[in-house]
Ligand binder design. Structure first.
Ligand SMILES: [Zn+2]
Length: 464
């Protein structure tokens, strides 16, 4: 079964050219000045961008947290991703207290298998550090999970101490793997939260007041200092603050093997959404995520970092909790389930506010939404680019139409979107997953082929 996408602007991280793309049996076989073969399906892509399918680097699907579970599981979360042009999702499998790493990973395979409709891989989050993990990590890497995650915040449930960070990085660097870090100083945050609650300050406003940007910068600086002692690969997940980018830049100049991920919410939303100290309306609770949204000046710094290569990829941290029945249940700001949805709109937001707004080039758009993640997580060139031999994971984006985000047109299973009312320029017109035509003329197919687990290779920090 052969398909020819003709007349489109074929765009990768390195170049854009008018060309046709032929795929056969789920793989790209030819790109260039191609003429249709007898019986071949031809799809006219004139006026459109032909892009590699997006790679989501950061999701939490079917995650049990704070006595509840995320609204999206692998079925709804990956449907939503696919509708928005993301064909591969890297989710955070999670080892909970008392579990071995293999047990945590096995549970995540069970959650995703037969449910996911994108291809998928995993990072493995470790909610604690135990010395035996140093050996267990080798089995996990051999099973195709080459990135781990540790938290520098959330004492008592997930936070690890500096000596544990050192031990974990020592183990992962021996294996050639990497670790992503949630960089916030959890001990100081806890002290600030206690102070505000003692003053009777329970409103959502205090979520950001108790997690200032300096505590992200400090945690990142401490992390990268420890990692440099070991020459260990590491990355910062969901970088949110301009001052942290400066630390990343300095670290990279020193030769630190560090890369950075940010998220659309930190590029597009700011801390005014938390309202005033007095208010505690439900609206504001949708923005309770950690790190929190930042002051407006950070947004420009993040866009500049994304354009200049200080930030290498954009994931959403899709961690969806309903406003009604979940986020509204907490008695104070410190107990609101943290997280927000975004997996479906990642490409649309980055295209609209990045490419169409003139902040990043179409090639940089591909780099930060697909190719850099594929290179870093060892999926390149199977994923993240358009080359003969690559999987036929292809997005056709029509740049002409514009539309307004309404939650009811999205495909997730949560009850809101933080981007309600946003104008979007362009539309994901067609999506192919390994050659399957899963979105046609903007409509998600009714019968979707199951997604496949994709093992990751060893990370390559040499990306910009
Ligand atoms: Zn996360």
């Amino acid at each position: 079964m052969s398909v020819l996408l003709s007349g489109g602007m074929v765009t990768t991280a390195t170049q854009s050219r008018l060309a046709a793309v032929r795929s056969t049996d789920g793989r790209i076989v030819e790109i260039g000045d191609l003429v249709p073969r007898p019986g071949e399906e031809v799809i006219d892509c004139s006026g459109c961008l032909v892009l590699p399918g997006g790679i989501e680097t950061h999701s939490h699907l079917d995650l049990e947290a704070v006595g509840t579970v995320t609204a999206d599981d692998f079925a709804s979360g990956t449907r939503s991703a696919l509708a928005g042009g993301t064909t591969t999702v890297l989710d955070f499998g999670t080892q909970f207290h008392g579990e071995s790493l293999a047990e945590g990973l096995a549970r995540w395979h069970d959650k995703a298998r037969g449910q996911a409709v994108t291809d998928y891989g995993f990072h493995l989050a470790m909610t604690q550090w135990r010395p035996e993990f140093a050996d267990e990590m080798a089995q996990i890497v051999a099973a195709g999970i080459t990135s781990f995650k540790l938290y520098m915040a959330y004492r008592g449930s997930m936070m690890v101490e500096d000596d544990e960070i050192y031990a974990a990085l020592s183990a992962s660097s021996r294996l050639g793997a990497t670790i992503g870090f949630h960089c916030e100083n959890g001990l100081v945050i806890d002290a600030l939260v206690r102070e505000e609650l003692a003053r009777g300050h329970t409103g959502t406003f205090y979520h950001q007041r108790t997690r200032p940007p300096a505590l992200e910068r400090e945690a990142f600086g401490r992390l990268t200092t420890i990692a440099e002692l070991l020459d260990a690969q590491h990355y910062i997940v969901h970088l949110s603050a301009g001052e942290t980018i400066e630390e990343v830049r300095r670290a990279r100049q020193r030769g630190s093997k560090v890369v950075a991920e940010t998220c659309p919410q930190y590029l597009l939303l700011d801390d005014s959404l938390y309202g005033t100290p007095e208010c505690d309306d439900l609206e504001a609770r949708q923005y309770v995520m950690s790190p929190p949204l930042r002051a407006p000046e950070n947004l420009d710094a993040l866009w500049a970092g994304l354009a200049d290569g200080d930030i290498q990829f954009v994931g959403t941290d899709h961690c969806s909790f309903n406003l009604k029945g979940q986020k509204d249940q907490a008695p104070d700001f410190a107990r609101i389930p943290n997280g927000a949805p975004g997996i479906e709109l990642r490409l649309a937001l980055l295209y609209t506010y990045g490419v169409a707004a003139g902040r990043i080039s179409p090639e940089r758009f591909v780099a930060v939404t697909a190719e850099n993640a594929a290179r870093y997580f060892g999926l390149y060139p199977r994923k993240g680019t358009l080359l003969p031999g690559s999987d036929a994971d292809i997005v056709v984006n029509d740049p002409k139409p514009s539309w307004t985000v309404r939650h009811d047109v999205l495909h997730d299973n949560v009850d809101h979107t933080p981007y309600e009312g946003r104008r979007i320029q362009g539309r994901v017109r067609d999506v192919f997953l390994r050659g399957h035509h899963v979105v046609a003329d903007g409509v998600l197919a009714g019968d979707l082929a199951p997604g496949e687990f994709v093992p990751c290779g060893l990370p390559d920090s040499d990306i910009t």
